[in-house]
Design a protein around this ligand. Structure first.
Ligand SMILES: C[S@@+](CC[C@H](N)C(=O)[O-])C[C@H]1O[C@@H](n2cnc3c(N)ncnc32)[C@H](O)[C@@H]1O
Length: 297
């Protein structure tokens, strides 16, 4: 998925890296997500969040990092894929959190549309829907019911935070490649595989390629050496609908949210993101951009 900036390396697992390790190294930035959450709570004059629910949590690394970020922080991670939670998220919880920290994380296999998440014990100060995962809901009515469920699960001063990407390039079937240094080097490929302008169906994929290290030849040219790792084609496949910001804003209001803000990242003079985000009413058309949507119940 479109990345905000290059990831800093994290610790290397002992086993051969899995597709989830490559995913984490290339697209996930829990520190930046948590930092943004604090900026949003401050900008909208809310008390600091304590309980954070991460929807579509997958490997649950945002939940894990939230628990690590403060001694009172609590996290709830929800994902439909019970096997992924059992085999990957649980292993990360075990290896990255102390026993005491593990008391403050609750990983729930289940559907984010389920009423079970409305239990009073599961109320959250922030609900995060990141990596654009909510685009899995293709029908407006289903998106409304998801947003309604989130609103009901939030505390009165809580916030719902979603990420979003747009721009004219999202309408184009294309592949973007980015070299990542971790794990001996690999190429992350973001594949906007198919877009149907009639239905809005938007099929995206992530591939990982291993073209080998760049070497200088005797003639002074550079070439890539062989890499024994076979490519991971379609490591992740996302059958989404391509939504627009005005549509999502309207749906959030229809679901009962009282205020919806779009936060864009401030850029420096060279056009590079600074990590500081501000509520924005209007932006010039761009080829591609990533932003956050923040909704107040
Ligand atoms: C783009 S991935 C998110 C990856 C995640 N952020 C991570 O760290 O691995 C989408 C995730 O949403 C989950 N998912 C899809 N539909 C769901 C639903 N209705 N309720 C809960 N989880 C769902 C999938 O199982 C998948 O793990």
């Amino acid at each position: 998925m479109p990345a905000r900036r290059q990831k800093k390396p994290t610790s290397t697992p002992k086993k051969a890296p899995s597709k989830h390790d490559y995913y984490e190294a290339s697209v996930q930035e829990p520190e930046a997500e948590i930092d943004f959450m604090h900026q949003a709570f401050k900008a909208l004059k809310r008390p600091r969040p304590v309980t954070v629910r991460e929807d579509f949590c997958g490997t649950a690394i945002n939940s894990i990092d939230w628990v690590k970020a403060g001694p009172k922080n609590r996290a709830i991670g929800v994902d439909l894929d019970a096997e992924l939670l059992r085999d990957v998220a649980a292993a990360r919880v075990k290896s990255r959190l102390t026993e005491a920290q593990r008391e403050r994380i609750n990983i729930i296999p289940g559907d984010v549309l389920s009423d079970a998440l409305l239990a009073p014990a599961l109320k959250a100060d922030a609900v995060l829907a990141l990596n654009f995962s909510y685009w899995t809901f293709k029908e407006r009515a289903v998106m409304v019911s998801y947003f309604k469920n989130v609103r009901r699960a939030l505390t009165a001063r809580g916030l719902f935070i979603l990420d979003f990407f747009g721009g004219s390039d999202v309408l184009v079937e294309l592949q973007e490649r980015r070299r990542v240094r971790k794990f001996g080097g690999f190429t992350y490929v973001w594949d906007q595989h198919r877009y149907d302008p009639v239905t809005g169906d938007y099929l995206c994929k992530i591939h990982f390629e291993f073209p080998g290290k760049r070497r200088r030849t005797a003639s002074g040219k550079t070439s890539r050496g062989a890499d024994v790792r076979p490519p991971m084609r379609s490591a992740f496949t996302y059958p989404w609908r391509l939504w627009t910001l005005p549509e999502l804003r309207d749906i959030l209001i229809d679901a009962g949210f009282t205020r919806v803000e779009v936060f864009t990242e401030k850029e420096n003079k060279r056009g590079v993101g600074t990590g500081f985000w501000k509520p924005t009413r209007s932006v010039p058309a761009d080829l591609s951009f990533v932003c956050y949507i923040v909704a107040e119940p």
